[in-house]
Every structure is written in C-alpha cells, then in structure tokens.
Design a protein around this ligand. Structure first.
Ligand code: NDP
Length: 328
C-alpha cells in the first residue's frame, strides 16, 4: 500500500446495506475497499464471504460509538493511504417499534391512530419497522443509544475522517426519509431551527442532546418534538441529513478547489435486519444509490450537499415529496 493508493471505506459493513455497498465497491471501485465492523468475528466472516466470491476487501475494526476506535482507523488510513477517497457512513441502529413501556399512554396512541385512520397502514409501511416486534427498552434509553450511534457516532467519524478526504473524494451518509417525517412533525419553532441555512454543527449537536434530555425528563412533546413511533430513529436521521448539509457547506467554503462531493441519501425500505422482511427492496438494490454517490466520476459537477433517492436529488426539508411507501 502506498499513499497514492485509492481507498474506499464503508461503516457497519458486516451485513445489510453496508455489506451490499462494500461488495459493489469491491467490484467497481479502482482501489482498496475497507470493510469495517464493530465486531471482529462478524466483520471477518463478511470479508471471507466476499473473498469466496473472488473479491478482496480489507478489514478494519470500527465502532462508531467509540472515539478511540475511530481514531485508530484514522491513523491506519493516514499511515497506509495518506488519506481517504470514499467514505460511506452506513452504520446505524433502530429500536423495534410498538414499545409499550414509556411511550406515553397507549390510549393516546390509539386515539391518534383512530383519528388519522391510516395509522395501522402507516405502522405496516413505515420503513425500518419490524412487524410484531415489541422493544421494551424505555424511550429515554432508546433516545440516548440511537442518537449516540446514528448521530454522534457518525459526526465523530466525520470530524476525524473528513480532514483525510483527498481531492475528488466522495462522502456518502446513509440517512433516511424518516428524518423528513420527523421534521414535518416537529413544532414550527424547531422546524425553523432545523431548516435554517445558518445552523451550525454546534447548534445541531446541542439540539440533538436537548432531544435526549427532553425525553429523559418526560417533556419532549411539550418541547415540540414529535410524538410518533420511531421518533428517536427519525430524529437521529434528521440530524444526519442536516449535518450532511453543514459539512457540504464547510467543504465548499474551505476546500473549494478539491471537488469533494458529500451527500446524504435514503436507500429505500429494504429487507435487512433493520428493515424487516416486508421491505420493498433487496440490500443490493438499496446499495445502488449510495454506490452511485460513492463513485461519482471525476468530471461530475455534483450532486453536493443534497439528499438523494433513487439516484435523484430530492427537494430538501419541509417540501420533501414522500415516496408512496411512506404514509404520514
Ligand atoms: P442492519 O441492522 O442490517 O445493519 C446495520 C449495520 O450497522 C450493522 O453492520 C451493524 O453492526 C452496524 N452498526 C450498528 N451500530 C454500530 C456501531 N456503533 N459501530 C459500527 N457499526 C455499527 O441495517 P441496514 O443495513 O438496514 O441499515 C444500514 C443503514 O441504512 C442504516 O444507517 C439505516 O438507518 C439506513 N436505512 C435503512 C433502511 C432499511 O429499510 N433497512 C431505510 C433507510 C435507511 P452489528 O451487526 O454489529 O450490529
């Protein structure tokens, strides 16, 4: 390996979409592909599976919740490649839905369900939802754990690895339309903050922490956060989509000549452990948009700082047009 070698890296790549993205990059990317996982055995098993298919990924341990782990990876990339060409932030978690414990009163949910009429359908169709899966974890723990990985873990990866991205590099943050579902259901005050072009990474981090605190203190509804299933997941993904815009803006300001493109995307509703068996696409189909963004050619003019679905740039924010498989 030399500093001149190109390298692409996928987080959370031992299974699901991340594994499919890593496989496709092994086939199409001209350079090394580093498959990362937080569990060594699971990661190495995934590498072996790709090797059995004639592909040659490298492996590196990475737990995006652990700054030391991120920094060890950063040092590895610096030493072996002098930087990074493609970063796909895919790792994420979702608690199962229908948690009866702290999610306020069942009756309230039922009222809401009945009032809107389509809630049962919605429950079936919302992405990332596993049917009949009751997760008893208290909501405040869900909030803390989900935000820790999906938002803060991904943010820390960006803090440590974005400076390593080489000219013409590509960064893909695997986010979700669920982010826009939650944005739509936030109070006008929160919506105004989240959609402001001037929001900073610090302000966003503070708002993400405030959500966790508000849930802990039982005041999240009063404070304007949505009262809906998958709220913790949705908020974490909303954070990632907004963070992507902030980072893209910074890259444009600070490394204008480098033509680095950074985008957020939604892979669709997929049949993975997270998406459940009713997902409408395979992980391979879901990998198409992230891989397209990871491999944007050197003469491309964009996209940059966008939210992309089905390889198409979508209207960002409150004017986002929801795909038919989302019912809100
Ligand atoms: P899976 O649950 O199948 O896979 C998630 C991956 O992330 C696993 O490899 C998991 O590792 C890893 N991971 C979780 N926490 C960490 C961590 N702290 N550090 C490193 N890796 C971690 O989910 P999907 O493949 O379905 O989802 C991948 C991405 O796509 C997620 O960001 C998700 O939010 C997004 N997405 C998924 C949709 C869907 O329908 N499936 C829809 C929209 C977006 P381990 O095996 O060790 O748990």
């Amino acid at each position: 390996m030399s500093a001149a070698s190109r390298v692409a890296l996928v987080t959370g790549a031992n299974k699901g979409i991340g594994f499919a993205i890593a496989r496709e990059l092994c086939r199409q990317f001209s350079g090394d592909v580093v498959l990362t996982a937080r569990d060594e055995a699971r990661g190495r098993a995934a590498v072996q599976q790709l090797q059995a298919e004639g592909l040659s990924p490298r492996f590196h341990l990475l737990d995006i919740d652990d700054l030391q782990s991120i920094r060890a990876l950063r040092d590895f990339l610096r030493k072996e490649y002098g930087g990074l060409d493609v970063l796909v932030n895919n790792a994420g978690i979702a608690f199962k839905t229908n948690d009866p414990t702290p999610f306020h009163i069942q009756a309230e949910v039922t009222m809401k369900t009945n009032f809107f009429g389509t809630r049962d359908v919605c429950t079936e169709l919302l992405p990332l939802m596993k049917p009949q899966a009751d997760d008893p974890t208290p909501l405040h723990i869900q909030a803390e754990v989900t935000l820790k990985t999906n938002f803060f873990g991904t943010r820390d990866i960006c803090t440590e690895l974005l400076p390593l991205v080489k000219p013409q590099g590509r960064v893909v943050n695997v986010s979700s339309v669920m982010g826009f579902v939650t944005l739509k259901q936030c109070s006008p005050e929160l919506q105004q903050k989240f959609t402001s072009e001037a929001i900073t990474e610090e302000e966003l981090g503070m708002l993400m922490n405030k959500f966790v605190e508000d849930v802990k203190n039982g005041v999240h509804k009063k404070e304007g956060w949505p009262d809906m299933k998958l709220v913790t997941y949705g908020i974490s993904k909303m954070g990632i989509t907004i963070l992507s815009r902030i980072h893209a803006r910074k890259l444009s300001e600070q490394r204008r000549g480098d033509k680095i493109f950074l985008n957020a995307c939604c892979p669709g509703w997929l049949r993975t452990d997270m998406g459940g068996p009713k997902g409408i696409k395979s992980p391979e189909e879901g990998a198409e948009t992230p891989v397209y963004l990871a491999l944007l050619p050197s003469d491309a003019e964009g996209p940059h700082g966008e939210f992309v679905m089905e390889k198409k740039v979508e209207q960002w924010g409150l004017s986002f047009q929801f795909p038919p498989w989302i019912v809100i």
